[in-house]
Design a binder for this molecule. Structure first.
Ligand code: DGY
Length: 326
């Protein structure tokens, strides 16, 4: 169905309300149906909504598999993710059906890198422990040995993966007086921000290891018992990418043994984690956040806007603005 056709394209959006006006703009030229439930749609609910649509605007936590693509039917031309990660999409199934998949690089790197930097500081300086003590009325008399953490300035940051968010974090880390090194399996160059090092060397020599690799079959569980054992006992692990890259049980064991100083996670397996007694949410040297790396008004609006413009481009028979990397 092209923009010149008599029928207005039908676009389904899997959440509402959304920040910004990207979807409103899209609605001037497409019939937009948005999920209005108070909970995210289940796969069956989303399948019911997408029947006969030409475009689909979805989010990182939605599952776009062959069954959903088939439920949408043969008119579906584009799946636009308002997220950078696309591990929830069966990319091969989309390609087989001739469906273009787009995502939202560029617009969220700085905002997410801010949260990675915050996690580094929170975990190493034990800031949540200080807040917790205050709230419990347990500040107590001044002690030289209270709330002791580890310095960030002078520490070495090791980036696993070296995409946009990692580079944005490297820029911030320079301002905090950190040395920066990275590992990327294929791109083996140094640049002005960071030097490339082999994976094991990065684990052994970094004071902070920050994970920025997408979740794929190759990266699933790539930070496990063996990798954590290589890290310094004074090191901090940070993950703002995808939960599945880190073996959470191995991480808890390392923190409890004291073979790792601390960790900061914005992402977990099995999101959302809602059990208040969940061990991952209650480990003293582990700072956890509810996957809010890109959550500012401006950035979330930019993500929705870019996703909407990707849909408009495909409906106009133009190339998508930000298709998945080939
Ligand atoms: C992303 O853009 O991939 C963020 O993790 C939000 O899903």
């Amino acid at each position: 169905m092209s923009g010149t056709s008599a029928r207005r394209p039908r676009v389904v959006v899997s959440r509402s309300p959304l920040p910004g006006d990207g979807v409103e703009h899209l609605a001037t030229r497409c019939d937009v149906t948005a999920w209005t439930g108070t909970h995210p749609p289940t796969p069956a609910e989303l399948a019911g909504l997408v029947r006969g649509c030409d475009g689909l605007l979805v989010f990182g936590s939605d599952r776009v598999d062959a069954a959903l693509l088939d439920a949408a039917g043969p008119d579906l031309r584009v799946v636009a993710l308002a997220s950078m990660g696309y591990d929830g999409v069966d990319v091969a199934a989309a390609a087989e059906r001739g469906v273009v998949v787009t995502h939202t690089p560029d617009v969220l790197a700085d905002t997410t890198a801010d949260v990675a930097m915050a996690l580094i500081l929170m975990a190493r300086r034990r800031l949540p422990a200080g807040m917790d003590a205050l709230r419990r009325g347990a500040w107590g008399a001044f002690r030289m040995d209270a709330f002791l953490g580890l310095d960030t300035h002078g520490a070495t940051l090791g980036l696993i993966g070296y995409g946009q968010i990692a580079r944005a974090l490297a820029r911030r880390a320079g301002g905090f007086g950190m040395r920066v090194q990275h590992h990327h399996p294929r791109r083996r160059e140094d640049d002005a921000l960071s030097r490339w090092v082999p994976f094991e060397e990065l684990l052994r020599t970094s004071d902070v290891v920050s994970v920025h690799t997408p979740l794929t079959e190759e990266t699933k569980g790539m930070i496990g018992e063996a990798e954590l054992a290589l890290m310094k006992p004074t090191a901090t692990l940070v993950n703002t990418g995808r939960g599945g890259v880190v073996d959470e049980q191995a991480l808890l064991t390392a923190l409890r043994r004291g073979s790792l100083h601390s960790a900061g996670l914005d992402v977990m397996t099995g999101e959302p984690r809602t059990d208040p007694s969940d061990p991952l949410l209650n480990e003293p040297h582990l700072v956890v956040l509810p996957h809010l790396g890109s959550a500012t008004e401006a950035t979330r609006a930019a993500m929705v806007d870019l996703a909407a413009r990707n849909i408009a481009a495909v409906m106009d028979d133009r190339p998508a603005l930000t298709p998945l990397p080939g």
